[in-house]
Design a protein around this ligand. Structure first.
Ligand code: ATP
Ligand code: MG
Length: 559
């Protein structure tokens, strides 16, 4: 039993959980059926992940089921590519839907029969107003609408015309099927909404079988009813559509009685959660496709090395509220780092290589390093060590006046520890023709692998390194946020003008340790640099995408 005074007890849950508990207790429903209903007109984004976690999570929590159903009622904008991508993303997030994938288009025949039923019962009619006239007749928020002149035509006539629409005998824009509800309703959705439009467009699943397609409102609740969905959870913008949802439930002979509940959609700072806007970035080639690592899409996040676990944990941490809110992207980044810090194996990569020659090192040896500092079960790897190494250029300074506290790296004449290896001292700087430092001559302190140096040898800090000979060249793609403005969608500045020009920096001459030569698709922590994952589309050389820096510095990269 949960003690209500125990602050550590499981929280009472969000308002939808409360509703479900009540519904089960009163017997309104016997079991819980939810659904995730994407329209296949783009790739899923982080906002969808919130809906996925909520719907699949509720089903799991209450021992029910969650369906995956494509709301594919708008053939112009939809495609099989999107269907496939959405299925892959939901799976990758770790969710399994009940039974087969479902499609609104599988129900087109049933929906059509229900449209006929409304016509036969005097609850729908074929209207011949064009779009502009219909707007005019609809009225405004302050003025009631006026009835269409076609509103009272005999049911038999509407029935015939509906059939003609379906067969392709009516041109697009000439007729619609409308519900006969209330032109004076304060809710504009109830002013004889359109149920079907003529669209002579092939559908990616039903081909040219249909010349009419149902509107969202006429389709969604009925699809829920067909599937026995008990709690149809959607975002707040559909709240005003709920009376219409219920009107169909009341006026059609449906096999079950679903109910709709709305929650606040997820908005994140510095990005946007709208397929339409994301599609623009893709179409205008601002990014390299829907799965560009800078995109807030599930596929982009995956390609960037964000784990499904981090996305789920983030989504589950969010309030399920009856108001919309904006979440700081730093909160999401916190979950990404937290997950990777726990799970990502460590490796070394030198982003800006500076050659180090160890003048007193004659042989070569194989050192080993743990893959994770506090998870021995992740094993260890070999680090080949010999007289020529690379360290990062920014880890050395000639300035001997730098305080030990401020610069915990290598300074001429002083010591530093190489991660998992020896303590070394910088003895001499070698310059190229242009005056820049081309090489450091250093000496190692014998016997210091895994143990302190002798009296007087006090390393300033620990830096990472790779063997010159036993390392691999690598390209790094360093990402920053695509938008520097936190409120991208507010104001009148066009999206494309707000793109951060530094959102991608390519480094072509980094060096990674030997063990990464055949790196699998897994996110690593490159020590002191950040989290990186292999770019999946390049196989013949090493390319890594920056997932995120180690610390929140506002930039992708941090030390
Ligand atoms: P978009 O505006 O990006 O096109 P949508 O709502 O039109 O989104 P759908 O494919 O219809 O996209 O969405 C499928 C489900 O995901 C719906 O139930 C919708 O309410 C939910 N959803 C979409 N965006 C968000 C979001 N930002 N936060 C939470 N849930 C969302
Ligand atoms: Mg939509």
């Amino acid at each position: 039993m949960t003690d209500p005074l125990d602050l550590n007890a499981a929280p009472a849950g969000n308002f939808i959980e409360q509703i479900i508990r009540d519904d089960l207790a009163t017997g309104r429903v016997q079991s819980v059926v939810t659904r995730f209903p994407p329209e296949p007109n783009g790739y899923l984004h982080i906002g969808h992940a919130k809906s996925i976690c909520l719907n699949f999570g509720l089903a799991e929590q209450f021992n029910g089921q969650c369906n995956l159903r494509f709301d594919d009622t708008n053939p112009e904008k939809e495609s099989q590519e999107y269907v496939d991508a959405i299925i892959a993303d939901v799976k990758w997030l770790g969710f399994q839907w009940a039974g087969e994938v479902r499609y609104a288009s599988d129900y087109f025949a049933q929906l059509y029969q229900w449209a006929q039923h409304l016509v036969d019962n005097g609850l729908a009619y074929v209207c011949e107003l064009n779009a502009e006239q219909m707007r005019d007749y609809r009225g405004t928020l302050t003025e009631p609408g006026r009835p269409s002149p076609y509103r009272e035509r005999p049911a038999s006539e509407s029935r015939q015309l509906l059939e003609a629409m379906r067969c392709g005998d009516i041109d697009e824009g000439k007729m619609t099927l409308r519900a006969k509800i209330d032109m004076a309703s304060p809710n504009i959705n109830m002013r004889d909404p359109v149920l079907y439009r003529v669209r002579k467009v092939a559908h990616h699943r039903t081909g040219s079988d249909w010349n009419i397609y149902p509107n969202y409102d006429f389709a969604h609740g009925q699809e829920d009813a067909i599937e026995g969905v008990s709690h149809s959870v959607c975002t707040l913008e559909f709240a005003a559509n709920r009376p219409l949802y219920n009107w169909f439930v009341e006026n059609l002979p449906l096999p079950s009685l679903p109910r709709q509940y709305e929650f606040g959609r997820l908005n994140l700072t510095h990005t946007m959660t709208s397929k339409r806007k994301l599609k623009r970035l893709v179409d205008e080639r601002v990014v390299d496709g829907w799965d560009d690592p800078r995109m807030p899409t599930i596929s982009g996040l995956r390609r960037r090395g964000v784990t499904a676990n981090a996305i789920r944990e983030f989504c589950n941490s969010l309030a399920v509220a009856k108001t919309d809110g904006v979440v700081d992207i730093a909160q999401f980044e916190h979950f990404i780092r937290d997950d990777l810090n726990t799970h990502a194996p460590r490796a070394m990569c030198v982003i800006e290589p500076l050659k180090v020659v160890l003048t007193n090192c004659t042989g070569s040896e194989e050192l080993t390093a743990a893959n994770h500092p506090n998870r021995p079960e992740l094993g260890a790897r070999v680090l080949p060590f010999d007289s020529e190494l690379y360290i990062d250029r920014t880890d050395f300074s000639e300035d001997t006046t730098l305080s030990r506290k401020k610069f915990k790296r290598l300074v001429l004449g002083e010591y530093v520890r190489l991660r998992g290896a020896y303590i070394i001292r910088a003895d001499e700087v070698v310059r190229g023709d242009d005056g820049t430092i081309s090489q450091l001559n250093c000496s190692l302190v014998e016997g210091t692998v895994g143990s302190d140096g002798p009296e007087g040898v006090r390393p300033r800090g620990v830096i990472h390194w790779v063997s010159a000979q036993h390392s691999q060249p690598a390209e790094l793609r360093l990402y920053e946020r695509l938008f520097t403005n936190p409120n991208v969608e507010q104001g009148d500045v066009d999206l494309l003008e707000q793109i951060n020009p530094a959102s991608l920096t390519v480094v072509t001459d980094a060096r990674v340790e030997q063990s990464l030569a055949a790196a699998p698709q897994q996110t690593y922590q490159f020590e002191r640099e950040g989290y990186f994952v292999r770019e999946p589309s390049v196989q013949d050389r090493l390319v890594f995408n920056l997932t995120i820096g180690l610390r929140d510095s506002g930039r992708g990269q941090g030390k």
